[in-house]
Design a protein around this ligand. Sequence first.
Ligand code: ADP
Length: 633
Amino acid sequence: MTTAQKETMGFQSEAKQLLHLMIHSLYSNKEIFLRELVSNANDAIDKRRFAGLSDPALLEEGVELGITIDIDEDAQTVTVSDNGIGMTRDEAISHLGTIAKSGTAQFLESLTGDQQKDAQLIGQFGVGFYSSFIVADEVTVESRSASAAPEEAVLWHSAGEAEFDVETVTREQVGTSVTLHLKADETEFANGWRLRSIVKKYADHVAVPVRMLEEPAPVAEGEEAPEPGYEVVNTAKALWTRSRTDVSEDEYKEFYKLVSHDFDDPMTWSHNRVEGKLEYSSLLYIPNRAPFDLYQRESPRGLKLYVQRVFIMDEAEQFLPLYLRFVRGVVDSSDLSLNVSREILQKDPTIDSMRSALTKRVLDMIEKLAADDEQYQTFWDEFGQVLKEGPAEDFGNKEKIAALLRFATTISEGATQNQSLAGYIERMKPEQDRIYFVAAENYHTAANSPHLEIFRKKGIEVLLLHDRIDEWLVSHLGEFDGKAFQDVARGELDLGDLDESEDEAEQEKVEETYKGLVEKMNELLGESVAEVRLTNRLTDSPACLVVSEDDMGMQMRRVLESAGQAVPDSKRTFELNPEHPLVEKLNDEADMDRFNDLAMVLYDQAILAEGSQLDEPANYVSRLNKLLLELSS
Ligand code: ADP
């Protein structure tokens, strides 16, 4: 229940933390507060204009929508006013006192306390209204919602600590005024020239006029200075409507910050106007860093949609596929109707053609980034994981996306994902007809998989897949450039023409020597495995486990199981390396007890080497200890 009286309330704890952080980590970029306030004012005007389309009573005839910045040098205040949509008392309480973004608590936990790093992170989070408190020790917001009567306006006030208060007041104009009482050492901002230059720098392309009082012109002695009037201090023209050649790099960068609330420059952008059957402009940006909530289901995604320069909605997610959700920007259509809604967007066939054209644009932009390895690595490290969702979601662009993927392989240094599939194919052996990969829970397990031994020996490169999504990705790709993907831990290893045919007689001899052992092992392991056989894939390890050709790979199984999905049981084949001294020893072992212990230890080790857990680790430990004791006695 709300009352007209003044109420004092506490900020939500996340909001409190963010406020505190904002003040302490962004003071070297304090002037951005003005960009944030102007951007909020612009959004509010966009919203009012949009609401007015269906309910003209929400607009006042003859009143131009715009933003005004006033300075009171004596009181040391700066006021940013707009005649946008405004806020009701309840809205002011919830919008200015809480943070509704999902994942905020985790985000706050990830902060380091290091001011420089945290400033970067805050940028990813989006700065917003609280940046006022970087320069102000008190902030007052007076607002009247377009749907409220004059006497239902709200006055919100806070000194930026734990609390704020609200009271109901009367306000003639619809809209919002935010007044900052500057801190004693921030009085430089109570200066018209200074504020003008900040508006020019950060908010020139807000599409509505920003007005300030004229600075007094010098007057001759004895003459009276004329009353200064208001003048427009920004370009007030939507940047995307201008021609590409007229817009400077800096303007593009600042516009990005304005629409994205990001703190950093973008990595790259693409600005286009399409004419013909469909008419629209788009200005798409790839950020420098992934937003903190890229993986939150409800995180903001999509573009700002305008129809003939009238703002329609934020987060119009129908214009790009989910795997490009990190792209920010605007699309302005001349074909859609002004009263288009999300539901209509979902069905409208023009959206489909725009979506596929915009998707191509973004993929082209990424392709361009890929021409520079170093820059692409930055892109990949931030967004690669999301791009990997692409081949499954966007079958039509599968090839294009596949060419943009990067992996760690047996030739990479460490876990860096920096090898393209095209590069892999170039390095393939002439007789090689598949793209080999191993998938594991982490890089280390993948890189040390016993399954790689024969590949290392023969100098064949193998992809080391260690992102949870990788095996799924590869199953969707199926092939690249006509070469099928092959899991090296699956099925009988068929190296095709790469297998220099071994001496068959020799091989038969080995089979003969180990026939008894294989039988004994089959008996010992019984139902736990599909089969025991001799291997041709190991050089250094005594044994390994192999998934059968039609079964799900082990890493995919782990991912599905951890997501709580039922996965059908499957048995694996246990392969023994006849050239390993432990296997030779096992073959000669006459003591049944010791045979069992050694055999089980080899089996358990094969499970450990693939990164799986033992069902009964204690048994493994006690067997191993028994064998160690025998060794020393
Ligand atoms: P963001 O703009 O990223 O949502 P802010 O902290 O800047 O976050 O603002 C929080 C919310 O407060 C906005 O989403 C909006 O609903 C409301 N708000 C802020 N400034 C204004 C304004 N000038 N007019 C109307 N609503 C506003």
